[in-house]
Design a protein around this ligand. Sequence first.
Ligand SMILES: [Zn+2]
Length: 466
Amino acid sequence: MPASPDTPRPGAAARLAELIRLRTVSAWYPAPDRADVAEAFAALPAVLERLYPLLHRHLEREVVDGTGLLFRWRGASPLEPLVLMAHWDVVPAPESEDGWVAAGWDSDPFAGTEGTVNEEPAVLGRGALDDKGAMVTVLEAVEDLLAEGFIPSEDVWLVFGGDEEVGGRNAAAISELLRERLQSQGTEPWLVLDEGGAVVPSPLSFVDATCAMIGLAEKGQAQLRLSASGAGGHASSPPAGSPIPRLARALRRVERRPFPARMNRTTAAMLAALIPLASGAAGRALPWVTRSRSVAARALGAMGGEPAAMVRTTVAQTRLAAGTADNVLPSSASAVLDCRIAPGQGVQDVLADITRRVADPRVHVELIHGQDPSPESPAAGDRFEALGAAVGTSWPGTVPVPYLLMAATDSRHFHAWCRHVYRFAPLRMDHAQRASIHGENEWVSVQSLSRGASFHRALITGRGRS
Ligand SMILES: [Zn+2]
């Protein structure tokens, strides 16, 4: 019998705390002076084996590309498997020494503390939400089902990358491996689920309800370098059109002309799901506004911040470099733009558009790195319904809402060959908790761990019943 979603498997919090104590900071690995980090990376697979013995007895494990962990749980059929993803590397956090608490944190980020936050039992530390907590919800669900003798109707693959925060080569290699294996059998994953959205109270200012924000797509990225050059020379007799003012004018033109707000299928689906949940004046206006895609796009665009980023390609000016001395004209000046690309545009479109906006042949625009936005997975149909049903079982009263992810996840390596890629970690994350990801005082409630495991149980067992 499945336990109530609020009854954790005994020890789940302690298991997450133990994983947090392993300093698997991918940005510090490999580094010659960090033997402890290398040890943590080497130790984690063995620690998982000790914490989840049934999973390691019944599932086949492969280590791919050094730190990628791939598990196969054989079901009654190998076709259309379920792929559950997470990553076990984390971003850096300040390190505590000799009992001193790390700067900005209320407790040691790598102590793996069990305590309380806002009077809720919690696990604190780097990775509690991103993404060891999410990985633990998958592991707990599988271990629990194995203890009951459950056999899935189709294969379940678990994909746990150890380098997501530094590029995700593990997931890329695993995706390639799975593609070869599954395509040779003429099949593809039924569903790929990775981190991304979460259970979010009041996801937009005009929504009072708690929503399961399920990422259908993720934005692309283009990092561009703008550079201007000139003769340089003594600052006492400056010529016109030297690099700094030329570059500054180009940056100002880019700043003044943002990309237009355009509705995309995912954000339109989000608004449609939010209509019944919206309150106040916005609640009254939303049904009207959403009748016209362009009006809705402009309304979100006018809100600024995250709502605006859902409907347009954003441009952040992130770096600026010029000059070597106070009294010397520089011979060059450069700036970096970090553009996050909305669905419907590609890297080359953004490069061409920015070049047009710069409107100066003497300012060179070049692409440093680019990734097109992902395709948009369907906001309806059996996969989205299965996710919604699992949310209903584990997070009663929470409404599944499609949404566009601003960040990149490991799942981007799958969308080239899988049609149903979704991004959702079944953990509650309020506003402060979302800010704590890659920030300070990251924590997850013990209730979230329990409900998250219940979500994965429901997802894994649900297909057999359909
Ligand atoms: Zn992550």
